[in-house]
Design a binder for this molecule. Structure first.
Ligand code: HEM
Length: 528
């Protein structure tokens, strides 16, 4: 044994005698994880979060979260002598005078954008593959919590510099708070410490942005990852993979090396983009003054859909008992997002109610094999996308020389008409893809080689696919619709007949698939 090995052994023994870590490490470092590129999406979210913590801490050393009025005397001449808040002045100071300050600001902002992209794409992976099914429903709900927090955290972050763009965003947030019936004005008054904009809001959101929300994030991410660990990761179907095993590589050394490397790739790419692509150049917007608003004000992308919904709402207001209810803000700003996020959080429970499936699932679905779920996802995405497009209606109008009113009317009509169309088209595509799979299993793949038979007919040679591929295309379940008769066995009408009818209809729609190849089909084809 070399001296170095002896020292390492002694240190390990010392720690183990006091913590009993060896047994725990042995068990957990050997834990096997399945491998697939789409499992990296959650990791990108995690690494972006770490980058946000590091770059954000750097920014707090110089950022002054105060709305106290100061006169700018920094090096950026166009704003010299202008009155502004200390928050805005300190952000200019970070950008122009602090060494590496602008790069850090840009890393922080880009990392926030990537963080939200990674969260959303990770959510879509989990959704379209059915990874949210039992026993992972809680982790799905935690995920929806993280998504919501991410949106709020990002919004508070880009509101901090108190530039003209961020102030415009805060003004919209104030309007949404005020739209809450009866108590809205009081809540807004409380949040801003008096009339808008006041001097309390930026210091308050600073504390929430750097202390409260990151703390909740850390706690929720820890629970999220502990659940992934405890419940084991799902895996894609394939040879040798069952609901009861996990096929993959051990955590140590394979995943530790991969994860470590991947963190630096994410950090490197974020830094590179932050170094070459300008983001949020607040010096061009100027300080916030409530009487001004710049043309083309755009929120960050993850808020764009909400802005788009608010922009497309027709001017509807009710005055009753001395109160004004602004439906044009209340519905798009609070009610629709409330329904969207509640529906998202409850989706695993709704699906299991429709299918009656209460079993555990560790093998993932191919999206085409669950046409209804995939179509619902496409429908929700279309809705959000149209809202997002309308969020940029002024920029689109300007860039493509269109009328802003036409874009708004397209969005107003499109947001109602296009999601159901997306549902139908996606479902049909899924079922067609299932039929294509069926063809592949029964008749093999087309080779492009044409042969002329003795009697003159031309046929294309088909090549049989591998047994693994055949298994992959036929291993999924097709359970059929639930039997929910309105009259029970004793001839009595069930008390919850309407609910049963609804469930039965939904279950039938869910069971609409192209029948997969059965053993009988295979036997028949062998005899041909
Ligand atoms: C801060 C945000 C988030 C972080 C850091 C994060 C991180 C992760 C990581 C590292 C994994 C394991 C690798 C993978 O499957 O990608 C994972 C799995 C999972 N995540 Fe997230 N996630 C976040 C947000 C979300 C959201 C928004 C949802 C859904 C609403 C979600 C639902 C899940 C589920 C159900 C699993 C288990 C997947 C499986 O076993 O296949 N997560 N998450």
């Amino acid at each position: 044994m070399t001296a170095r090995e002896r020292i390492a052994g002694n240190v390990a023994n010392y720690v183990d005698e006091r913590t009993g870590a060896a047994a725990w490490m042995k068990k957990n470092l050997n834990k096997v994880f399945p491998d697939h590129w789409s499992f990296l999406l959650g990791e990108i979210a995690l690494y972006s979060f770490v980058i946000l913590l590091l770059s954000g801490t750097f920014l707090t050393f110089w950022f002054d979260p105060s709305q106290r009025e100061v006169v700018y005397e920094g090096s950026y001449q166009p704003l010299s002598g202008l009155k502004m808040s200390a928050a805005y002045a300190s952000t200019l100071h970070i950008s122009f005078e602090v060494r590496g300050g602008l790069l850090m600001r840009q890393i922080h902002h880009w990392a926030a954008l990537f963080f939200m992209v990674a969260i959303v794409v990770h959510l879509l992976r989990v959704y379209f593959t059915g990874a949210f099914r039992k026993p992972r429903e809680f982790n799905w709900i935690i995920g929806v919590g993280l998504l919501t927090l991410g949106i709020v955290e990002g919004f508070l972050g880009y509101s901090l510099p108190d530039d003209l763009l961020s102030g415009t965003g805060i003004r919209i947030a104030e309007a949404i708070i005020q739209a809450v019936p009866v108590v809205g004005t009081y809540i807004a008054f409380f949040a801003f410490g008096g009339p808008f904009p006041g001097e309390a809001f930026i210091p308050r959101i600073f504390t929430v942005h750097v202390l409260l929300l990151p703390g909740i994030f850390l706690a929720l991410i820890t629970v999220h990852l502990m659940l992934v660990w405890y419940q084991k990761h799902t895996q894609y179907p394939g040879p040798g993979r069952t609901e009861k095993n996990v096929v993959g590589y051990p955590l140590f050394p394979v995943y530790m090396a991969k994860a470590g490397g991947f963190f630096f790739i994410v950090f490197g790419v974020t830094t590179f983009i932050a170094a070459v692509a300008s983001i949020n150049p607040i010096w061009l917007y100027g300080p916030y003054t409530p009487g001004q608003i710049s043309a083309g004000s755009q929120p960050d992308w993850y808020m764009g859909w909400l802005d788009g919904l608010v922009r497309m709402a027709p001017p509807l207001e009710t005055h009753a008992f001395g109160h004004t209810i602004s439906w044009n803000i209340l519905i798009p700003g609070l009610i629709i997002p409330g329904i969207m996020f509640t529906g998202l959080a409850l989706y695993p429970f709704i699906e299991s109610w429709i299918t009656g499936d209460k079993r555990e699932h560790h093998l993932l679905d191919r999206p085409r094999n669950v046409p209804n779920r995939t179509a619902i996802g496409a429908m929700a995405l279309t809705f959000t996308l149209i809202a997002l497009i309308n969020g940029g209606n002024d920029i689109i109008a300007q860039q493509f020389h269109l009328s802003i009113n036409q874009i708004m009317w397209f969005s107003r009509i499109g947001i109602i008409v296009l999601p159901p169309i997306a549902f139908v088209i996606t479902k049909r595509i899924c079922i067609s893809l299932q039929r294509a799979d069926r063809e592949l299993v029964l008749h093999g793949k087309e080779t492009g080689r044409l042969v002329r038979l003795a009697h003159g007919e031309f046929v294309e040679i088909h090549e049989e696919i591998s047994p693994e591929k055949k298994w992959l295309l036929t291993s999924h379940e097709q359970s059929g619709a639930l039997e929910l008769p309105e009259i029970d066995k004793g001839g009595v009408r069930r008390p919850s007949a309407i609910r049963n009818k609804l469930r039965s209809r939904m279950s039938q729609a869910n069971a609409e698939v192209a029948p997969k190849v059965s053993t009988q089909d295979l036997k028949e084809i062998e005899h041909l």
